[in-house]
Design a protein around this ligand. Structure first.
Ligand code: PEP
Length: 249
């Protein structure tokens, strides 16, 4: 997996007023230096995608979205189709984040449809999986992940159109992270699943780690076998932290 170029993806969640867009400008300014080792993607709230994509044109930061509706258009008040996100400038769409699985009761079948919607619109799908604290305590981690992988990854996933993000729910926004041994075991398990299902493409798909990644732990986590980048929440809101994480790859 050494040949897989890492991706550092920022998930701004429901944060980002237009007045705070200067952080994104700072990311654009520092990107050339930070992308020696990794690709950069920022997923702001949908309200900022078009403005950020316009600013990022010709720069080394891609802009993405945090969710999409499975349908291409129609009577779905308040929802946003992948086609609309791509039209605004998104080149990747996160689907199945644990906050959406929990807050909006999203299941694997819906997430698979959303991943296919991202492709239909021409975007890469970043599919999130991860166990809760209770599932971990019950020793069910691998079984939960196997179910999520089997259910949320579409049949025609390739190394170009799909990124998997492993995000233990108990590590998101908590400051807690698994040990590097745990990350190695779980990413190895995910790699085996991907290789057995998608063959050569599965061997080249990016598997991101997410959950309390920050500049002080990024290099250690990114050095783990089968970790091909990070999905970063809180620390992606600050340009200095986000760029430092990319430089740590
Ligand atoms: C996330 O929600 O995708 C995430 C990884 O959040 P944080 O980095 O804040 O734990």
């Amino acid at each position: 997996t050494d040949a897989i170029r890492p991706l550092i993806a920022g998930n701004w969640k429901m944060n980002g007023l237009r007045a705070q867009a200067a952080e994104f400008d700072a990311m654009l300014d520092g990107a050339a230096e930070a992308t020696g080792k990794a690709d950069l993607l920022v997923c702001p709230p949908a309200t900022l995608i078009a403005a950020f994509a316009d600013k990022a044109r010709g720069k080394k930061v891609a802009v993405g979205a945090q969710d999409c509706h499975p349908k291409a258009s129609g009577a779905h008040t308040g929802d946003i189709a992948a086609e609309l996100l791509v039209d605004a400038g998104a080149s990747a769409i996160i689907v199945g984040h644990s906050e959406r699985r929990a807050d909006h009761c999203e299941d694997d079948a819906l997430i698979r449809q959303k991943a296919e919607a991202a492709w239909r619109a021409g975007a890469t799908a970043i599919v999130c999986i991860g166990e809760t604290q209770a599932q971990r305590d019950a020793g069910q981690t691998l079984e939960i992940l196997r179910g999520q992988l089997a259910g949320s990854l579409p049949e025609s996933s390739t190394a170009a159109n799909l990124v998997v993000a492993y995000e233990p729910v108990w590590a998101i926004g908590t400051g807690l992270t698994p040990t590097t041994q745990d990350v190695e075991q779980i990413h190895g398990f995910i790699r085996e699943f991907l290789t057995s299902r998608f063959k050569a493409d599965g061997a080249r798909m990016r598997i991101l780690y997410g959950g309390s990644v920050k500049p002080s732990n990024a290099a250690e986590l990114m050095a783990v076998k089968n970790v091909n980048g990070a999905l970063v929440g809180g620390a992606s809101l600050k340009a200095a932290d986000f760029l430092a994480i990319a430089k740590g790859c």
